[in-house]
Design a protein around this ligand. Structure first.
Ligand SMILES: Cc1cc2nc3c(=O)[nH]c(=O)nc-3n(C[C@H](O)[C@H](O)[C@H](O)COP(=O)(O)O)c2cc1C
Length: 104
């Protein structure tokens, strides 16, 4: 399974977290890559997407919002984020995955 870990960062912390997530997914046998949202045009190559963005003053960074809005259909079309999260969580041997879908 090819997984995209897309992130929006201002000072780099979220990028580091995204790299750690991608490394953990890769160690679990998946093909995962962390990329800034601005660098991603097409979700077609990916079967699952992890989207992370830093929050400032109670708002997600704008590039993360833009990405979620631009790709919300593709994100929703991916076979249930819950299922992917559950599978990834199971493969990583961690607890309950976060639930929910991206809402434009
Ligand atoms: C001015 C300022 C405002 C912040 N506002 C929030 C916030 O509203 N909610 C939150 O959870 N974190 C907030 N934070 C914490 C940042 O989201 C956190 O430090 C994050 O790791 C920064 O990520 P980045 O280095 O990828 O930009 C704020 C930080 C700063 C400096």
């Amino acid at each position: 399974m090819r997984v995209l870990v897309a992130y929006a960062t201002r000072h780099g912390a979220t990028a580091g977290i995204a790299e750690r997530i991608a490394a953990a997914l890769t160690a679990a046998g998946l093909s995962a890559e962390a990329r800034p949202v601005q660098d991603v045009q097409d979700l077609e190559p990916y079967e699952a997407v992890v989207l992370g963005g830093a929050a400032y003053m109670f708002h997600w960074l704008k590039p993360a919002m833009t990405f979620a809005r631009r790709h919300h259909r593709e994100l929703a079309d991916r076979p249930a984020i819950d299922a992917w999260a559950a599978r990834i969580a199971a493969e990583l041997g961690v607890g309950q995955p976060a639930r929910g879908r991206v809402r434009p």
